[in-house]
Design a protein around this ligand. Structure first.
Ligand SMILES: *Cc1c(COP(=O)(O)O)cnc(C)c1O
Length: 358
């Protein structure tokens, strides 16, 4: 018996997506971004399926240590760097690269005494204004890192785009121009492109691309689909009907009774709710796939259940499968109905959802 709700993860789709991204960026190495539990797909599952990636990008030291404990020996990079002085010996012991984006991190490096220098990716703020050193700071900081014996040479270089998911927005080309201006003559590897830039701004692919969402088969762009780029959804979020009920015209359903049936119908109760990470604010009409068709969510999503309108002629039965998103119902479309992005849906699943690698 398979548990439900469950997130079925296709290892074949993950591998095919990596292959597709290599086709799209043939000159670049791939830093597969697997933070946030592999975007909800299971950190170790994903890393093992993507074992041929050139490295993995993470947001937390704990994530990197989980990969090392799971036998992953690839290059690992902390995309926001280390947070505490005491992290530095751990980086060295486990051969983990770090981003350096702030002077406080340089102070910690200068004060440390380490068995080996740390591999550093200097983050440059070319316009996102969240993390990184500005054009004005660049030269002095670069020299300070060069002079720091705890920093391995050459220093690698990175930046991150604010608007790469807007194919018409000129800000990305401007950020890339600034990065080029600062780094053109320097040794060290360079990386700029997340998924959106890899797909929409190929000129920014450089030495390494850093795709996250695209590896999972999902488009980073609202109104677009992964499959338009030859990517396959890697996650199918599956549950079951636990009740099918005759429902009278005018009767409400669920908390607040705010939806009433316009005509007699049958309602299906699906065992998934916000306690599983399916958003409570999914409005009436959000699609769910049941027995080969899309049916609308009606009434409020509750903690453990949601209700769908199956229609008066429905022949669906208790125990039938309901797919909340997957191949037949792209997560990008569900996200648009709910007013969020696919990233949030896949990363917010709770531990109650079994993640099953197929
Ligand atoms: C999360 C992250 C990525 C991956 O972004 P996607 O949009 O999922 O491709 C790349 N680079 C950095 C610095 C990140 O934090």
């Amino acid at each position: 018996m398979k548990p439900f709700p469950r997130a079925e993860i296709s290892g074949d789709a993950l591998k095919a997506n990596l292959k597709r991204l290599r086709q799209l960026a043939p000159q670049s190495k791939v830093m597969a971004v697997v933070k946030a539990n592999g975007y909800g797909h299971g950190l170790l599952n994903v890393a093992h399926c993507l074992a041929t990636a050139d490295g993995f990008g993470l947001a937390r030291l704990e994530e990197a240590l989980e990969l090392r404990a799971g036998g992953v020996s690839s290059k690992l990079l902390l995309l926001e760097g280390f947070f505490r002085q005491s992290d530095l010996p751990t980086l060295v012991a486990h051969d983990i690269d770090t981003v350096v984006h702030h002077e406080s991190q340089i102070e910690m490096l200068e004060a440390a005494s380490l068995a080996k220098p740390v591999t550093v990716w200097m983050k440059i703020d070319t316009g996102m204004h969240r993390l990184g050193f500005t054009l004005d700071q660049f030269e002095a900081i670069y020299q300070r890192l060069l002079a720091c014996p705890q920093v391995a040479k050459p220093i690698h270089l990175m930046t991150h785009f604010a608007c790469a998911d807007e194919p018409e927005n000129p800000a990305t080309a401007e950020q890339a121009r600034r990065f080029e201006q600062m780094t053109a003559k320097l040794p060290g590897d360079r990386t700029l492109a997340n998924s959106a830039a890899t797909l929409y701004w190929p000129a920014t692919q450089a030495d390494w691309i850093r795709p996250g969402i695209a590896l999972y088969g999902v488009s980073p762009v609202v109104g677009d689909l992964g499959r338009n780029h030859g990517l396959e959804p890697a996650m199918e979020l599956v549950s079951q009907l636990i009740a099918v009920r005759d429902h009278k015209a005018g009767d409400p359903v669920g908390y607040g009774s705010y939806w009433q049936a316009k005509q007699d119908t049958k309602l299906g109760v699906v065992a998934i709710g916000y306690g599983d990470g399916y958003p409570r604010n999914a409005p009436e009409g959000t699609p769910v796939w049941v027995n080969g068709r899309l049916v609308p969510v009606v009434g409020r999503v509750s903690m453990d259940m949601l209700t769908v309108d199956l229609g008066i002629d429905a022949t669906d039965k208790v125990g039938d499968t309901a797919v909340l998103w997957g191949k037949a119902l792209p997560v990008e479309e569900v996200a648009e109905h709910i007013g969020t992005i696919a990233y949030e849906l896949v990363t917010k699943l709770t531990p109650r959802v079994a993640v099953c690698l197929e």
